[in-house]
Design a protein around this ligand. Structure first.
Ligand SMILES: [Fe+2]
Ligand SMILES: [Fe+2]
Length: 224
């Protein structure tokens, strides 16, 4: 991943031609410039709210997996990447389910992120019980926990992602003490709701993470 320069948020350029009305915390209607949902802007928003390297890596891993599915499904890859990058953007400032991700939504709205992006982000949270009624929402949910889990599996292997097979990932899924924070039920249900076999899903995620292995703190693997 190329490094992105830290820059102040700007809504004054050519993309800010439309405007949207949002309601702020005090119930006031305010007009903000609609923002072009680019990958670069999503990274800028993410890194403004997220200093933790682990959280940034999680965002990158989910982005890579969701991006791979967007290509496979012939969908809007950049928009899907934006949603994946931002899905936990507020976790550092809202580390509990009382706040995350629902209290992040007004922040995104004020920044001018489109409503479909915000809705997709909100849908990844089980406790909000929102319908996952689009392919993007199903994909985000399916990739969220599994990307983290595959990353964890690779971190304990000398060769990282290289040669990591579905069989060994599934074996580790059955060990509750390994990466205990990963909700196994969400891994299984995510694949089921997306309609993919778990083995294929694991292969897709492993392959998606390989090009960004270095950014994830993993051995880079042999050049192709
Ligand atoms: Fe989350
Ligand atoms: Fe996440």
């Amino acid at each position: 991943m190329e490094p992105f320069s830290e820059r102040a948020p700007s809504m004054t350029n050519d993309s800010a031609t439309a405007s949207v009305t949002v309601v702020d915390m005090a119930g006031q209607a305010i007009v903000v410039a609609a923002l072009e949902p680019t990958r670069e802007r999503a990274w800028e928003t993410l890194t403004r709210y997220t200093q933790s390297e682990a959280l940034r890596r999680h965002a990158l891993a989910v982005e890579a997996s969701v991006g791979a599915y967007a290509r496979e499904f012939g969908e809007d890859e950049e928009r899907w990447r934006v949603v994946a990058l931002l899905h936990d953007f507020d976790y550092e400032i809202h580390p509990t389910l009382d706040e995350h991700p629902q209290d992040g939504a007004p922040i995104l709205r004020e920044e001018g992120w489109p409503e479909d992006v915000i809705e997709a982000i909100l849908s990844h949270a089980e406790h909000l019980a929102m319908p996952r009624d689009t392919l993007l929402k199903k994909t985000l949910f399916a990739c969220d926990e599994l990307s983290g889990f595959v990353h964890a599996c690779a971190l304990v292997r000398p060769t990282g992602l290289e040669g990591l097979e579905p069989k060994s990932v599934k074996k580790k899924l059955k060990q509750p003490s390994f990466a205990a924070g990963v909700h196994r039920d969400e891994v299984y249900r995510g694949a089921e709701e997306l309609g993919v076999e778990l083995d294929d899903h694991i292969r897709t995620v492993v392959a998606a993470l390989q090009p960004i292995a270095r950014e994830l703190g993993l051995p880079a693997g042999a050049p192709a």
